[in-house]
Design a protein around this ligand. Structure first.
Ligand code: FES
Length: 106
């Protein structure tokens, strides 16, 4: 199973064995990572699962789709590396992925 790292805003790193096909958000919530609120439970309708993708992984993870990009307008402190973690699907290709939780959600 791919391992992903979700770094909380206090710097604590949660190393998670993630099931391929699940979202980064689902894995963060299941492992009680603070700061991932995921109010819409993955429907791409809340922007409270915002994360920053580590620079080394941005190309592999890719850019947000149009609906996700619209929702990111509601997120706090959006950057080039911003993604909604419910829209990142774990796969073997993402083994080693690192994402960081922002200072606060929207
Ligand atoms: Fe609501 Fe990701 S959980 S947009």
């Amino acid at each position: 199973m791919p391992k992903i790292s979700v770094v909380a805003k206090d710097g604590a790193s949660f190393e998670i064995q993630a099931e391929p096909g699940t979202s980064v958000m689902e894995n963060a919530v299941r492992n009680s990572v603070p700061g991932i609120e995921a109010e819409c439970a993955g429907a791409c309708a809340c922007a409270t699962c915002h994360v920053y993708v580590d620079e080394a992984w941005q190309e592999k993870v890719g850019s947000p789709g149009p609906i996700e990009a619209d929702m990111l307008d509601f997120a706090h402190d959006v950057r080039h590396a911003s993604r909604l973690s419910c829209q990142i699907t774990v796969s073997d290709a993402l083994d080693g992925l690192i994402v960081r939780v922002p200072e606060r959600q929207s």
